[in-house]
Ligand binder design. Structure first.
Ligand code: EPU
Length: 340
């Protein structure tokens, strides 16, 4: 195991901010994990699993433990029936490569999650979703190293307790499991309407009526190119805030003052309000705060234009949450994980 020291983490996150890791190691196979965690325990060092770094914010003081960079490969069809194929995927596989490969196989279930940066093993953590699909829809199970027992476990979809941008991996069991592979069941049926509103609007506008995994992937990539900056030329972490979940009374109250405010019933007495709308209507879209730009094509995204420290980002974030709180009585929550 090649453990390196004092590795700058800004290069390993798409936000391009934050200090160094005291130790840094690449993980190529799951058998390396027990030894790594034993070693870390002996030296009382925390371990953090890094995927693509596209949903991670690192503080200026960096990380005084071991960053384990997940690189476990694998893409294997393990089962097939009349309507589906089940694929076993290594946690280190680039997510969009996985989507592309499954689309090339003509399989449906993750094509609307095209173009999302990051690694496959990270997708269950915040139940990644886009354009009407989320990983919880196709995940059958995942394998993980359980740092509590030192053994490997298989967790079913139910065990993961998925909800909007949430799972046990960032909830009750935060830090406990290292996901080493995921198993997805994908459909041989081609995608069918109803599609997510903005996806349907794009399809209509471009008179696309042949719905295949390829046409949906192409449409999603085109929509994303318009609304989300490419992490290669504009440092960002995708949506910087979760959409707001509010109780019905507050939603109705706000509607009186803002009749055009969008909202989606979650079915449990709460409403989801797009935080992008809230930030835009608080007057912040396109604004530059502490070197951080509220992206002019999508107010939910913060772009690191000229910030040099995490503190700049924290100041910008706090200014945005304060302004939205004052305007709408809603407390925005950060979406990307933050390394403690
Ligand atoms: N909106 C505005 N102003 C803005 C941005 C959005 O008014 O500046 C409004 C739009 O008009 C629309 C609504 O907000 O009515 C929703 O916008 P959109 O469909 O673009 O999606 P979103 O809710 O902003 C979520 C995910 C994205 C995902 C898209 C598409 C979260 C936090 N974000 O964004 O995920 O790609 O839906 O499914 O749930 C990510 O998590 O990093 C991410 C990019």
């Amino acid at each position: 195991m090649d453990i390196r020291t004092n590795i700058p983490l800004r290069a390993h996150t798409t936000m391009k901010l934050g200090g160094p890791a005291r130790f840094f190691v690449d993980i190529h196979q799951k058998d390396e994990l027990p030894g790594l965690f034993e070693r870390a325990a002996k030296q009382s060092l925390p371990v953090y699993i890094l995927g693509g770094g596209s949903n991670l914010i690192v503080k200026d003081e960096g990380f005084q433990g071991i960053i384990a960079h997940m690189k476990i490969p694998g893409f294997e069809i393990v089962a097939e029936d009349a309507g589906s194929k089940t694929i076993h995927i290594g946690a280190g596989e680039n997510w969009d490569d996985v989507v592309k490969r499954s689309v090339d196989l003509g399989l449906s279930g993750i094509e609307a999650m095209s173009g999302i940066p990051g690694s496959t093993g990270a997708t269950p953590v915040q139940n990644v979703g886009a354009y009407g699909q989320e990983i919880a829809d196709t995940l059958v199970s995942l394998e993980a190293f359980d740092t509590k027992t030192g053994g490997f476990v298989t967790l079913s979809r139910n065990d993961c307790n998925f909800s909007y941008r949430q799972s046990i991996f960032r909830g009750d069991a935060s830090g406990r499991y290292v996901i080493t592979s995921t198993t997805l069941r994908l459909s041989k049926n081609q995608p069918a309407p109803p599609f997510y509103a903005s996806l349907q609007a794009y399809l209509d506008e471009h008179t696309i009526s042949l719905y295949t995994v390829e046409t949906i992937r192409e449409a999603v990539l085109a929509i994303r190119a318009e609304k989300l900056p490419s992490v290669n030329d504009k440092p960002s972490a995708g949506s910087f805030f979760k959409n707001a979940l509010v109780e019905e009374w507050l939603y109705n109250d706000l509607l009186k003052q803002h009749p055009d405010m969008p909202g989606f019933a979650m079915g449990n007495g709460t409403w989801k309000i797009p935080s992008g709308w809230l930030i835009e209507h608080a007057g912040l879209k396109g604004k530059l705060l502490h070197g951080i730009r509220v992206y002019d094509k999508n107010a939910l995204v913060l772009v690191n234009e000229s910030a040099s420290t995490y503190q700049d980002l924290a100041n910008a974030r706090d200014e945005i949450t304060r302004t939205v709180q004052t305007a709408f009585r809603i407390q925005l929550e950060q979406e990307p994980l933050e390394l403690a």
